[in-house]
Design a protein around this ligand. Structure first.
Ligand code: NAD
Length: 458
């Protein structure tokens, strides 16, 4: 019954939540074997449906098969394998010491699931960003409800079928719908909220989590700068920035949003970028994803100046990749681009660019291209960001050994691999004592004890 909850209303959302709350309360998800069996089923089913998902991603976003495979299907299968191979180790209780005045005792720190988790996902990586948090929640022992985006309908449908075929509905389920469905889900007292999307909805999710006194992770966006220092080699900067930017047509939260470079490097950068784009992207429009809908496309067109350079021609929702030199106060520098347009700004001295970017809202990622260690040190120290990559873009975000997440306006909380398990569980301290005499019990009469404690506990 994969579309049981499609366009679900309030009572359907409540029903789905209650099924999960009861499932968790029965303790079914507590044995690690049970979680591993479910995740193994998911791994196998996803492998069998690889082509189906690539078709759905293509139909929703024109995603080229290579991009869909690398960044969604293969990415999640790799994370599943990593989690399955390490889960027992990551969940092992950690021994802790004990102060002498509670001896004899044994203490340890256990990892416990929260219970029920709600994952709300965006459309740009509709499989990866729905399943990534969900598998971490499952691995940590929770039950999870996934609300995928209404703007990636084919992938959301396939995801609903995949989850229904891999899990009992009490363990994991997909509820489809737009903001009304999300609102109904946010009314349910889930024990954990995980949201990926824009800042506006992020605030709504954070407020709902606060009402339920539940922890909340916000994976938001922002303007990720790519700062080129005069010491950098221009050719690799051009190729790496363009390749990262135009992957998924720039609809990546970690994509370099704009380039800042010294005024004298502007001409060489523009001319190499033009050659690279005309040779690499213009002949292959089919290798560029498209926008999810017209409003998104029109917003990007409104941000790009009419004289922007472009590689190829626009075709419906598929915009040709474009770039332009702009001023620091232009509309393109006031909001996240999140599409195939690369604004380029210039600076005159390194202090100026660090100062300007440090005053902007903290982005999800900071990219610095330099061979100058002093510049690198200063930029790292003064510009805050969720993550950093030096001399390339986005590589820090595809490494499952590293935590992924923002800071301040780009969000809070971390996930991926081990960090996802840490996010979806809490550390519970446990102390065991024995039925032996209490040498330091704080019970009256206090006089003798006080003197003894003062002597011992200096
Ligand atoms: P969005 O915020 O519009 O929507 C995200 C989800 O929220 C969707 O499932 C949507 O149905 C739901 N939603 C919409 N209105 C809602 C409401 N009023 N109440 C509750 N839920 C509601 O984001 P989007 O357009 O899907 O994605 C684009 C944004 O996501 C960009 O800002 C991008 O930077 C950010 N993003 C961040 C990451 C990350 O990992 N940090 C990854 C991808 C995208």
């Amino acid at each position: 019954m994969p579309d049981l909850f499609k366009g679900a209303n309030h009572s359907k959302c409540q029903e789905a939540f209650e099924i999960q709350r009861d499932f968790f309360a029965q303790g079914t998800t507590l044995p690690i074997d049970f979680r591993e069996a479910a995740l193994n089923r998911l791994l196998e089913n996803l492998g069998e449906r690889e082509d189906e998902f690539l078709d759905c991603l293509n139909s929703d976003l024109g995603k080229p098969a290579l991009e869909g495979w690398l960044s969604e299907v293969h990415f999640i299968r790799t994370e599943l394998r990593l989690i399955l191979s390490k889960l027992e180790t990551w969940l092992r209780p950690v021994r802790a010491g004990n102060p002498f005045f509670i001896q004899p005792a044994r203490s340890y720190i256990a990892r416990e699931p929260f219970g029920t988790a709600l994952v709300i996902a965006p459309w740009n990586y509709p499989l990866q960003l729905a399943l990534g948090p969900a598998i971490a929640a499952i691995a940590a022992g929770n039950c999870v409800t996934i609300k995928p985006s209404e703007h990636s309908p084919a992938t959301s449908d396939a995801l609903a079928r995949l989850i229904a075929d891999s899990f009992q509905p009490g363990h994991a389920t997909v509820i489809q719908g737009g903001s009304e469905t999300s609102t109904a889900l946010l009314d349910q007292p889930y024990n954990h909220f995980f949201f990926t999307g824009g800042e506006r909805v992020g605030r709504i999710v954070a407020a709902a989590a606060a009402r339920h006194l539940a922890p909340c992770v916000l994976e938001l966006g922002g303007k990720c700068p790519a700062i080129i220092h005069e010491s950098a080699a221009i050719e690799p900067c051009v190729e790496r920035i363009a390749t990262g930017k135009f992957f998924n047509a720039g609809q990546t939260c970690l994509a370099p949003d704009f380039v800042a470079l010294p005024e004298p490097l502007l001409e060489p950068f523009l001319s190499q970028l033009e050659s690279f784009m005309l040779a690499t992207y213009a002949p292959h429009p089919e290798d560029l994803a498209h926008c999810p809908h017209e409003a998104h496309r029109d917003r990007i067109l409104s941000l790009a100046p009419s004289d922007a350079h472009q590689a190829g021609t626009d075709d419906g929702l598929r915009l040709a990749p474009r770039w332009a030199r702009v001023e620091w106060d232009s509309p393109a520098m006031r909001e996240e681009i999140f599409g195939p347009f690369l604004p380029i700004v210039t600076y005159t001295d390194p202090e100026e660019v660090i100062g300007r970017i440090a005053k902007m809202p903290s982005p999800l990622a900071l990219y610095i291209f330099t061979r100058d260690q002093e510049f690198e040190r200063k930029a790292l120290a003064r510009i805050s960001s969720g993550s950093v990559c030096i001399n390339d873009v986005m590589k820090q975000g595809i490494n499952l050994q590293l935590p992924f997440g923002g800071v301040g306006p780009s969000g809070h909380g971390r996930y991926r691999g081990k960090h996802g398990i840490e996010t979806f569980s809490y550390t519970r301290p446990v102390t065991r004592r024995f039925f032996l005499p209490d040498l330091f019990a704080a019970k009256p009469p206090y006089a003798d004890l006080f003197a003894r404690l003062r002597r011992w506990m200096k």
